[in-house]
Design a protein. Structure first.
Length: 186
């Protein structure tokens, strides 16, 4: 059970990153996380924890954004690709007006880069972050590195994160545990 000093970060769990027709999808491994992510979200929501949904947003062909050169257009505001995947979408729609459930835009890999996340967490005296979502070796990893540097305790739910490749998944899980000191749990 979560407590008031813990937050669940559901990172980038959108159609573009998870669905079969997503622009930058991790496919089946990401789709398999849906029930685990929603169960964790509900656990946090009902047990005094906090649920944050930092969600990638982009403008197609933005010449100033480094991802434009690296990846196809994805998570464009107002598109199907940016909607939450599977059962997370109706879960979020049912709880989006609750104080302890917050979705916000992010434009970089890390949920901390250019956002007010650290301020929100510190205002609420949150010291422990549970990370889930996609991609394990990109946005989840960069969020974890920043969380480590900001001195948060971290728990990575390995049955609720997925990468684009098995090698990326294995590397990131090892990095979380052995370099960032995170607890990696089922």
């Amino acid at each position: 059970m979560a407590n008031q000093n813990e937050a669940l970060l559901i990172i980038d769990y959108t159609n573009d990153f998870v669905a079969d027709k997503g622009a930058l999808s991790c496919g089946g491994p990401g789709q398999a996380l849906a029930d685990n992510i929603v169960a964790l979200a509900e656990e946090f929501r009902t047990s005094a924890g906090w649920v944050y949904l930092p969600t990638d947003v982009h403008t197609p062909n933005d010449p100033y954004h480094p991802e434009t050169k690296l990846f196809p257009p994805h998570n464009v505001r107002g598109t199907w690709g940016r909607e939450f995947y599977g059962p997370l979408k109706p879960w979020y729609e049912a709880h989006q007006d609750e104080e302890r459930v917050t979705m916000y835009d992010k434009t970089r890999y890390s949920a901390f880069a250019g956002t007010a996340l650290d301020l929100r967490l510190r205002e609420r005296k949150i010291d422990t972050l549970h990370l889930v979502g996609v991609c394990t070796d990109i946005c989840v990893l960069h969020t974890a590195v920043d969380a480590y540097n900001l001195n948060y305790q971290m728990i990575i739910h390995k049955n609720a994160v997925a990468a684009l490749t098995p090698a990326g998944q294995d590397w990131a899980l090892d990095h979380f545990a052995h370099v960032l000191g995170a607890a990696v749990v089922d």
